[in-house]
Design a protein. Structure first.
Length: 236
């Protein structure tokens, strides 16, 4: 069974300048996907709750799922949050603290326009509801391309900034673009995170808590039958 964690990015429709559209899920399709999971009695967890369950029981809960969102885009608040709130669904958003409250091109693909990130007020409101916030490094640096001391800084400082913002523990981590190394895994563990997530570069073996795979939900899942096929392994 794959690790029952779904990875989203932008809950929005791509504008004309966007070259790489795979990371977009339209609000309409996102609402349909969440309704599908609710109708089929999936149990929703934050990433930390899911990992803690695994650590205590040696397995994931049956028919469980954790929703995760990378980068901390404003559309996560504008479009995803109302749907999650209306359906009573928990989720985890992995923030890039240096981007909070800014409109920047730091995390977009080369040649694309600046894009707005969550504000401090957005994050605090969502946190009060029960949305978990994890780290996606301080500056969205690709950890396999930087020196060990910079990896350590990116991992540790992002955790501190999120905890200072919310006065809650920041316990989970997502590798930018999914890339990681043994050095990065050790840095994440040493910083006090309980787990770290990749995407296609990760491992479906849940005992590897600092190299966990996630199921990416991309634009190619825009038809409900495609989404249903993607999450079918989680229903057993």
């Amino acid at each position: 069974m794959p690790v029952p964690v779904l990875a989203y990015h932008k809950i929005d429709r791509p504008t004309a300048d966007i070259k790489l559209r795979g990371a977009f899920t339209s609000p309409r399709n996102f609402a349909k996907q969440m309704a599908y999971l609710k109708k089929r009695d999936f149990k929703f967890y934050t990433a930390t709750e899911l990992i803690e369950f695994y650590r205590n029981n040696g397995a994931f809960p049956q028919k469980s799922v954790a929703l995760t969102f990378d980068d901390g885009w404003k559309d996560n608040y504008t479009f995803a949050f109302p749907i999650l709130r209306d359906l009573g669904i928990k989720a985890t958003i992995f923030l890039v603290p240096s981007c909070v409250g800014k409109t920047t091109a730091k995390v977009v693909a080369d040649g694309e326009s600046e894009r707005e990130h969550l504000s401090i007020e957005d994050i605090r409101e969502m946190s009060d509801y029960g949305i978990e916030f994890g780290s996606h490094t301080l500056n969205h640096k690709l950890l396999h391309k930087i020196a060990p001391e910079e990896v350590k800084f990116e991992v540790e400082e992002s955790k501190k900034e999120i905890e200072n913002l919310l006065h809650k523990p920041c316990q989970t981590f997502a590798y930018p673009a999914g890339f990681f190394t043994e050095t990065a895994q050790q840095a994440v563990k040493n910083a006090g995170y309980i787990a770290a997530f990749s995407t296609v570069y990760g491992d479906d073996d849940a005992s590897h808590l600092y190299a966990l795979n996630r199921i990416e939900i991309l634009r190619r899942n825009r038809f409900l039958f495609q989404f249903a096929r993607t999450v079918k392994p989680l229903a057993s």
